[in-house]
Design a protein around this ligand. Sequence first.
Ligand SMILES: NC(=O)c1ccc[n+]([C@@H]2O[C@H](COP(=O)([O-])OP(=O)(O)OC[C@H]3O[C@@H](n4cnc5c(N)ncnc54)[C@H](OP(=O)(O)O)[C@@H]3O)[C@@H](O)[C@H]2O)c1
Length: 271
Amino acid sequence: MKNSLAVVTGASSGIGRAYALFLAAKGYDLILIARRSEALELLTKEIKEKFPVNVEFLTADLSNRDGVDSVLAKINNRNTDVLVHAAGFGTRGHLADLPIEELEKQVYLHDVTATLLTRAVLPGMTERNTGFIIFISSMAAFLTTAEYPVYSATKSYLNILATGLRDELAGTGIKVQAVCPGLTRTGFMHTEYYKDFDYSAVPDMFWMEPEEVVEESWRRLTHRYKPVVVSGRMNRIFLNTLQFPVLGNLIRTLMGRASRRRVAKGLPPAF
Ligand SMILES: NC(=O)c1ccc[n+]([C@@H]2O[C@H](COP(=O)([O-])OP(=O)(O)OC[C@H]3O[C@@H](n4cnc5c(N)ncnc54)[C@H](OP(=O)(O)O)[C@@H]3O)[C@@H](O)[C@H]2O)c1
């Protein structure tokens, strides 16, 4: 019998890579997408050695229409059962200072690509009345600070998109989820933007492994489904605390004040 098919963007590293391995272990055939072909080739080899599934990869820059079109051509006429959109990157800096091209790519990659890929796979899923669509969003969708408003806004878009689609797809077998990790040990911070990142500012208990993010995301698709899922107990406790009227306001005020103070002193953000 033919295996089901999963399409994973951002599969060359971090959470996307972990999702690809997880789905291969579950018996899904895979189409892996990212820009680094060498990493995709190595992962393809690793998966084929470990699991009895078919794996193809596609090298594409998904921060523009040409890259997205190449994915659409690849998945056209194929039944996609799972779509994971993990491709993404962080920016860190004042909006007025960030390169215009970087901002444009970020908004396109996180939001336009998520929307167009979802648009491409939904008709087939609707016909078969089954499918999972997973956007890797972020805790940043719920709180922002200086130097992160655009990144946070792109992730809020994914949460809203998943929530609206939950309603649009009610009564079908299709589930859309925006999973919101907090700090996760991946390649995300191995960039110029994060070269002065103060790791010690965040206690160890708030860090997660990509595999933990993936397992929880999948569990919440199949049990007690919600369109927006915050990864990890500590992250959920932190966000819930922010909802308390007095304590939440106090924490938000202190965080905002600390952020503005660092900006005034010309220091990078604490996290
Ligand atoms: N790590 C965290 O702390 C954290 C927290 C919250 C949310 N997230 C989100 O998690 C998602 C996955 O990131 P990660 O943490 O796993 O980081 P990562 O290890 O850096 O992985 C990012 C992936 O996105 C791909 N990618 C980046 N730009 C791309 C482009 N223009 N076109 C196609 N693929 C592109 C990268 O592949 P190539 O470079 O090969 O193209 C890589 O596979 C991101 O959306 C990120 O915003 C991460």
